[in-house]
Design a protein around this ligand. Sequence first.
Ligand code: 3HC
Length: 315
Amino acid sequence: MKEVSIDELKRRFQEKIDKDIKIEPKDWMPDDYRQTLIRQISQHAHSEIVGMLPEGNWITRAPNLRRKAVLLAKVQDEAGHGLYLYSAAETLGADREETIDDLHTGKAKYSSIFNYPTLTWADMGAIGWLVDGAAIMNQVPLCRCSYGPYARAMVRVCKEESFHQRQGFEIMTTLAKGTPEQKAMAQDALNRFWWPALMMFGPNDADSKHTEQSMRWKIKRHTNDELRQQFVDVTVPQAEMIGLTVPDKDMKFNEATGHYEHGPINWDEFWEVVKGNGPCNKDRIDVRRSAKEKGEWVREAANAYAEKRARRKSA
Ligand code: 3HC
């Protein structure tokens, strides 16, 4: 059979992308497409798993059984999202153990937002409302990502994110309409999580090293700034509706464009947190390392059982 050149393979690949034909695990793909997907999907998975920690901190301290049950369900959902995404990364040839070790050694990133402490119950509301709200903005377009397994994983994830965002906004609404102390607690949580939530979308497009290529490959369907703007336009009216104030003295609505214009983001803070110097970075990774060590016996038992079943089958 006639050898097909790499350039021809790349041309055919991009033609499929341009025609919105999904790329599947067994399809030919440029190695840098594969590598950027492994990078993004594995870091997305890490974000889900590390994202369980700030909220897990409040499961035993939820104000009532209903809130505890809802928070427990949400944290369990995040674990499932992480496993879904680790599996999607494996379809690209990523090794699960190596992927998780990359998180523990600091080689791989996870979302900056999870390096902030959760100090009050209102933070559970702010995280659901703002963090999962931002995650929805970013993950809905990923349902149309060019890589099939990632796009399909996102469909399931987004259905659950909507519940996460609604329960968070309900907590904030309840507190904002409660006693003055409860409203103050909700406002304090908004003050502490607003700017880190805007940072979740990544650096400005001009400073994003991956956006241009990821848009060409239809991994990203919108840029970081476009999604951030969508989030701000939706969330500022929600805050106003429940009587809370977004902590941005420069925030204003531009009648001509129909968009809110927010003040400058502290990108020094963002990059410090991404580099590992946030309030909780060390604690989060220590907990994940400890979980892996304590879970060693479970993996050993599961492997022993799998090997015994395999031996029985081949006997
Ligand atoms: N936190 C940590 N690192 C970040 C970041 C953030 N908020 N935003 C960007 N970065 C990193 C990027 O990973 C990249 O570093 P790398 O090359 O070492 O990976 C660098 O900063 C440059 O940023 P780019 O914008 O060029 O990188 P991307 O094109 O990958 O865009 C992204 C960043 C928008 C986060 C994109 O990776 C993405 O859409 N990922 C999938 C969604 C995701 O991971 N969301 C995180 C939250 S998940 C969540 O909240 C779950 C909820 O249920 C709790």
